[in-house]
Design a protein around this ligand. Structure first.
Ligand code: SF4
Length: 255
C-alpha cells in the first residue's frame, strides 16, 4: 500500500501531466531585467497587470535611475506608483530594497544571484526587506532558471481544491509540499506554475469554477465534495461559496 505522501505525489504528477496536455509545455520566459522583475513583483501585489505596468513606467519616467528612486521624496514616489494598490506601503519597501542592494553590492544589480546555489539565492532575497517567498521564487524561476515553485493565489486555490495539498495548508507550506512531489527541474516547475495559474484564471476561478469544462474534475476533491469543502485559500461568505455556484449549475452538480 502506498503512503499518503506517495499518493499525493502521484496525484500531483497526474494533474501536472493533464494540464501540460491542455496548455502545452512552454519554454521558460520572463522579463529580461531581474531588477525590473524584482521591483515589478513588489508593485504587482494585489494589482492588475495593466496597473502594475503603468506604475512601473511612471516611476521610471519620473525617476530614471534606481538611485533617484531610492532618494525620491516619499510622497512623490507614492504618487508615481499610485496605480498600484497600497502605494504608501510599496514605496518605502521599494526604497528600502534599493538602499539595501546598493549598500551591500555597491551597484543596482542582482545578476550575481545566477551564480549562487538555489538555497543561497533564496536566502539572500528573502533577507531583503519586504521580500517574501512568492517574490523570491518568481524571480529565481523566471529570471535565473532555479528549480523553485511560486505559489500564488491561483496555484494555491487550485491545488487545494484538487486536493494536492490539504484544505488548510498555507501557500508557504504548499511551496515545500508541492516541490517535494515534483521533479527538481526548472522547466517542469515553470510549467506547473504557469498551468495552475492559467487554470485558476480561466477555469477554476474564485467564485464560479467551470467544473464542467475542467480536465481535473475526476480527481478533484472539491468537485467530488459537491463544492462543500472549506478551504483556507477561498474564505468567502456563505452566500458566495463556490458550492452554491456548483449546486446551482446542473452541469456540474454531482450525479
Ligand atoms: S473540477 Fe472545478 S473545483 Fe476542481 S479544479 Fe476543476 S474547476 Fe476547480
Amino acid at each position: 500500500m502506498q503512503s499518503p505522501a506517495t499518493d499525493l505525489a502521484t496525484k500531483t504528477r497526474e494533474a501536472h501531466a493533464l494540464l501540460n496536455q491542455l496548455y502545452g509545455v512552454q519554454e521558460i520566459y520572463g522579463r529580461a531585467d531581474p531588477m525590473h522583475e524584482l521591483i515589478g513583483t513588489i508593485l504587482s501585489h494585489r494589482t492588475t497587470h495593466a496597473n502594475e505596468v503603468t506604475a512601473y513606467r511612471t516611476m521610471r519616467e519620473r525617476f530614471p535611475t534606481w538611485e533617484q528612486v531610492r532618494d525620491a521624496p516619499l510622497p512623490d514616489l507614492i504618487d508615481a506608483i499610485k496605480t498600484a494598490n497600497y502605494p504608501e506601503v510599496k514605496a518605502p519597501y521599494i526604497q528600502n530594497v534599493l538602499a539595501h542592494i546598493i549598500r551591500e553590492r555597491g551597484d543596482v544589480s542582482i545578476d550575481f544571484l545566477r551564480d549562487l546555489s538555489t538555497e543561497a539565492a533564496m536566502k539572500w532575497l528573502t533577507d531583503l526587506p519586504g521580500i517574501g517567498l512568492k517574490t523570491a521564487t518568481l524571480l529565481l524561476l523566471f529570471n535565473f532558471r532555479k528549480p523553485v515553485l511560486p505559489v500564488d493565489t491561483h496555484v494555491h486555490r487550485v491545488t487545494q481544491r484538487v486536493g494536492l495539498i490539504g484544505p488548510k495548508v498555507s501557500a508557504e507550506k504548499a511551496y515545500a509540499m508541492l516541490l517535494a512531489y515534483l521533479p527538481q527541474d526548472a522547466k517542469d516547475l515553470f510549467n506547473f506554475h504557469k498551468h495552475f495559474y492559467w487554470h485558476g484564471q480561466r477555469i477554476c476561478t474564485w467564485y464560479t469554477p467551470k467544473c464542467h469544462e475542467c480536465v481535473l474534475r475526476d480527481m478533484c476533491d472539491y468537485y467530488q465534495s459537491g463544492g462543500t469543502m472549506m478551504l483556507s485559500s477561498t474564505p468567502v461568505p456563505k452566500s458566495k461559496r463556490v458550492g452554491s455556484a456548483l449546486k446551482s449549475d446542473s452541469r456540474v452538480a454531482k450525479e
